[in-house]
Design a protein around this ligand. Sequence first.
Ligand SMILES: Cc1cc2nc3c(=O)[nH]c(=O)nc-3n(C[C@H](O)[C@H](O)[C@H](O)COP(=O)(O)OP(=O)(O)OC[C@H]3O[C@@H](n4cnc5c(N)ncnc54)[C@H](O)[C@@H]3O)c2cc1C
Length: 499
Amino acid sequence: MVREQYNMLFVIAKSYLDTSQDMSTAELAESLINVFGTKYSRNMWIFLKQRPSRINDYFTEVQNYWQRSPNGPPKAPESAVDYIVVGGGVVGLAIARKLSQLENRSTILIERHNHAGEETSSRNSEVIHSGLYYPPDSLKTRLCIRGRELLYRHCIANNVPFRRTGKLVVATQKQLPYIESLHAKARKLEWPYPFERTSDGPALPTQLLSGSNARLIVPGLSKEIAGALWCPETGVVDSHSLMESFEKDIIDSESADLVYSTRVVRVDPFVGPEIDGTKRGWVVQTMTGGECGESGSILTKTLVNATGLSAPMMVNSLLPEAKRIPMFYARGSYAKYYGPGIEGAKVLIYPCPEIEGKAHGFQSLGTHLTIDLQGHVRFGPDLQWIWATDGQDADFWKTHLVPDDSRLTEMYEAVAQYLPNVRLEGFKPDYVGIRPKAVGPGGGFADFVFRDDYPDADRESLYRPMISLLGIESPGLTASLAIAEYLVEHKLEHVHGGR
Ligand SMILES: Cc1cc2nc3c(=O)[nH]c(=O)nc-3n(C[C@H](O)[C@H](O)[C@H](O)COP(=O)(O)OP(=O)(O)OC[C@H]3O[C@@H](n4cnc5c(N)ncnc54)[C@H](O)[C@@H]3O)c2cc1C
């Protein structure tokens, strides 16, 4: 929205307030649509309806406030909403979808690309993880198990293609203690708190198999494989259809909008004139349609930063240098495979992570075999740390997205450990994904982080957080619906008062 529209909103708001008996609902709706188009008019409608008594004061005070701000103030906000979600990956979409189900709250999701899910959410293994690998009390375990259950239900209810394939974690004699410890852990896992229990069975069923029984399932497995852990709850999902289903729910909702091709370029805490009973929130500045595009500014009560690989940057823009969050990126390459050695492979096959004396290979689950819903076999992802070189910008990782031959030999060698009859010539570069890592090489386990920042130290600010989702690597796709549920029902409604 441009300043001209802002002024016109002011005029409409004023005439609505001054003459609300004379101005019919239809006239008001028509005025809003004329000025803002259908896209924004609903937000403006909610805005006007929610705050009639304060609207005049609000506009005047907001204008004055921004004129008073020193040191290059951000653009004055042109509209206000309850929630802004920045980032239209699978996690941002799941959160906006959940927020869109709240009554009398307005939500906007802002995404810089012209489609949803153009970054990590479309560059992964599309595996529905069972929740096997992480510490029992971690958010990764809890949200993965809960997310897995919600995801299967959502797929069935919304015709999103998926298959519960099951997976084998295969182990050599030396690695048997590792899968035995995973099995023991799985048996002890409770259904995750604070969510409702979804079945009478165990939260994470697993079964230990001998090497020969594993070879009955996948005949091509190496004779060196002495045992395997069978995880029947693992599956694969069509991540694009999943995201489309989230988009549809948002579009069909009464109170949420998707805004694409729009980049958030600046975020500022707002502590100023009272709006709807609060004086706090966040001003989000945007740029639509490239560097020379149209700039905009929106005030939100609550801001959700779901920008994936960029998420630490939005937080860091508000922090002094000494407190900034470090960022790490790990490239994962995939190879398509056409050749022998995979006959009968209808389940996913994971090696034991390389643990090199540590308790767990948290950095990567190893180069595994996945099968997509069309039955194509693919290997990956491997793990390669990447770093910005001098002069590269924050999105430097984009230059690493091009798949190439350089990883194939190493990948082939990793796979041949458990499928010895595969051939190097059968490996073809496919695609690359980048993991947003909270810790660097050798850093051990890092959980999902829901970081809260507040406009200021006032008690009222507790209800106006910016929540940043950091380190949402795997199993973020599996956990997306549970992340949304946890953020909206637990964090926003309980901790932040649901105001
Ligand atoms: C190699 C690899 C394999 C994986 N395999 C699996 C798996 O099999 N199963 C599983 O459960 N998980 C897997 N994951 C993890 C999963 O893909 C991610 O956790 C998930 O996609 C993260 O989604 P997101 O929405 O947080 O981030 P993203 O998909 O990265 O979305 C962030 C969005 O924010 C937007 N954005 C950024 N900055 C701005 C801005 N300034 N303004 C507006 N928009 C902005 C971006 O354009 C992007 O669309 C894997 C990840 C990788 C890298």
